[in-house]
Design a protein around this ligand. Sequence first.
Ligand code: ADP
Length: 441
Amino acid sequence: MFPRTLGLIFWMAVAAITGYWMNPTTGPVLGAFFVCLFTVIKDLWKGQKIAKWLRHNNVQDPPEMGGIWGDLIDRMRRILNEQRKQTQNEQQRLQDFLLAIQASPNGVVLLDPEGRIEWCNQTAAQHLGMDAKRDLMQHVVHLVRDPVFKKYLTSDGHEGEVVIDGRSASLQKTVKLSVQLHSYGESRQLLLTRDVTAVAHADAMRRDFVANVSHEIRTPLTVMSGFIETLQSLQLDAEERDKYLGLMAVQAERMQDLVNDLLILSQLEGSTLPSTNDPVSLDGLMAGIESEARGLSMAQLRSGEEPQILHFESSPGVQLLGASKELHSAVANLVNNAVRYTPAGGLISALWTLLPDQRIQFSVVDTGPGIASEHLPRLTERFYRVDRSRSRESGGTGLGLAITKHVMQRHGGELKIESELGKGSRFILIFPASRVSTQAH
Ligand code: ADP
């Protein structure tokens, strides 16, 4: 500033002296005036050039100027550059933030004070059946018409959460959503959605399970307490007494079987996966299962009936790597079922086959009543029975196949069921090659 002022005074002095030389009366004033005018016009022209540069917002290409104007342009360019970088950084952060919310497994919707959708992520759009772009600024109640949600939205304080049906729910597929509202900023609201289908399903299953267990235990208990009352109130002879005590023993055994199977299931759920370092000899396993099955077959044989024909075949020298108790339950459940459901004189054949890809397969085939195809997918559900009275009569708990399936999952194997009504059944277990050892130990 100082050199520029000095420069202006110098040129005014030069012009005044030149003017005096040309006309001593008006020359100095006119000379100084013209210098001032020239300086003002030059500055106006430069100012306009700078204004044009700023208008076009081309920070990278500033007009070339020296002196105070050049200095000014340089400072402005630096400020503008910094602002631009800051804006870019903020935009990047906003983008990252939105991408993070997009990646969230939960739905997020931002509502304005009138309840209109300002922004929502894809998950929320999918949960609530909205279009993340098209439905912006739509009122949320026009899109989510569930009365429970409407009531929750209009309630004071939006306490807790509500569970509503998701938009992709259908008769075959239920989708349950947990919805929560939180206030933020100036009367804005954050709507969070979470898919709780699995939790709701697990909850329903737990409730069903408790109801089923209670029912299964109550039935033998009721029968037993009836017998106890009879024994207490009636004078019975020794023979009748023995008969009642025998019937009570059957009910007690039923409860015991049920509790045993429940314990097996809870152990399967709570324990770590079976190791692959414990070899279980198929010969040993099958010897135990065969004698159990033959005993069961004899026990259920009534006088005059033809005995069942049982055929067992092991795979000599083969060992399964896994938990021996679990493997015993899985296989024994299938063999015992075949014995229990096959009528007298029927054929039951159980055999192990080493498959070419080193997996091993166990199959038990019977000539029993067979199972209609609609029941097959549900057989491994807990307490699912095709014929309740037949199952109970033969001492079934309704948990056998559930246990077998669970054991197979824990050993990386699978359970397959093939059956046709009236033509018998075939239950197959397939163990992966990693659970098979053919070396002698
Ligand atoms: P349960 O203790 O009732 O036998 P399971 O889970 O072992 O329970 O079997 C479930 C149902 O599958 C049985 O109730 C029965 O109806 C059917 N089932 C199982 N094995 C056979 C079979 N070999 N033949 C016919 N039905 C069978």
